[in-house]
Design a protein around this ligand. Structure first.
Ligand code: SF4
Ligand code: SF4
Length: 144
């Protein structure tokens, strides 16, 4: 039987990935700042990245997925992704009855760790949330 440690050692996708060749485009940030999820993922190439870089930062306009770097990522703590726990704690959206479609759900590390709670926050996430969280944590540390 699989335990959580075994699962965390498996290769899941990070849903907060950068725009680089081979990454999978799975969502587009709409005019409300929320994510519209694609039916299926699209592997991006150099051409896409060159075109996307002509506008605002691609990671602010699209959502990409790629292999979770695990211990190679600064968000990896105690054998799992710490970022999704912070996102659930800070955004605090309730879980909705109808889970939105997402083309990477079965491979998503955040879903593997926090299931519907992760998905309830996810459509408000743009990749620079890491920066926002880091800034918020710094403010909290200096005011406590
Ligand atoms: S630890 Fe979290 S933020 Fe880092 S690559 Fe994995 S899923 Fe992404
Ligand atoms: S957290 Fe949920 S909605 Fe977000 S990428 Fe993972 S499976 Fe998709």
């Amino acid at each position: 039987m699989e335990d959580s440690k075994t699962k965390n050692n498996e290769n899941y996708l990070c849903p907060s990935y950068v725009a680089k060749p081979g990454a999978e485009l799975f969502g587009i940030i709409n005019s409300n700042g929320h994510v519209d999820y694609l039916n299926t993922t699209i592997a991006i190439n150099e051409d896409f990245i060159a075109r996307a870089n002509k506008g605002r930062t691609p990671e602010k306009r699209f959502r990409f997925a790629g292999n979770c770097a695990k211990s190679g990522c600064k968000q990896w703590k105690n054998h799992e992704c710490g970022l999704v726990h912070d996102i659930v704690e800070i955004i605090e959206n309730p879980v909705s009855e109808a889970l939105q479609h997402c083309p990477i759900r079965q491979r998503c590390r955040w879903y593997m760790q926090r299931a519907e709670q992760a998905c309830a926050q996810c459509n408000e996430v743009v990749r620079n949330i890491e920066t926002q969280l880091t800034q918020q944590q710094s403010i909290e540390e200096t005011t406590t």
